[in-house]
Design a protein around this ligand. Sequence first.
Ligand code: C5P
Length: 240
Amino acid sequence: MKEKLIVALDVAGQKEALGLVEQLTGRVGAFKIGMQLFNSEGPGIVKEIQGLGGKVFVDLKFHDIPNTVAQAAKVITGMKVFMFNVHASGGFEMMHGATGAAKEAAERLEIKKPLVIGVTVLTSISQDVFEREVGIDRSIEDQVTAWAKLAQKAGLDGVVASPREILPLRKACGSDFLIVTPGVRPLWAAANDQKRVMTPKEAVQQGADYLVVGRPITAHKNPREAAAKIIEEMEEAANA
Ligand code: C5P
């Protein structure tokens, strides 16, 4: 179960990030670095984390013309990351190009292809904003499912999804498609700004393949203990 837990390193700098990696490596599945850490420290942070034995999910949500994203996918694959993501709204050709480029680069370098994950509708977008600003006159739930199916057709390994989306996505995409779920909160942790949360046990029960958890671990006075408690709760679901 520990392999399914991805810790979001939403911290300002290398020192803090590596301090957490040192405490948690071998005890969780991977570390997610996002725009803040990647842009403040540069790609070297990936190597630093790997040097401590951690697997890395680079959460940069690529979204550009297919050629540009494919080139970026090649570069990211060369960094031997475990997972990276692209926006499904970039379309079939962009997603297909990204995963194809990752596969090609991995074969050339004789390394494992990173998991390529699609981002559908950001959970910060409300139905009203979706219609008025994004300009899509459809329910968010329908659009999430449509983009997940498109991502699957384009050869992506899975999608990021809020806990509430797990069941409909499983139904639409089957059991082989990975579902990576943030918005996870154990009962003993603060919800922070997350609105629609699920416990680790519930998320595993619903069928999430990977859970992304940040502050309940990174802001805990004992991150190791927090991670161990979360893994225990995930195991409860698997053994139920
Ligand atoms: O600290 P917390 O557990 O809320 O962190 C969750 C992580 O997952 C953050 O890095 C956040 O950006 C990311 N995320 C999210 N909701 C999404 C997509 C990504 O919380 N829909």
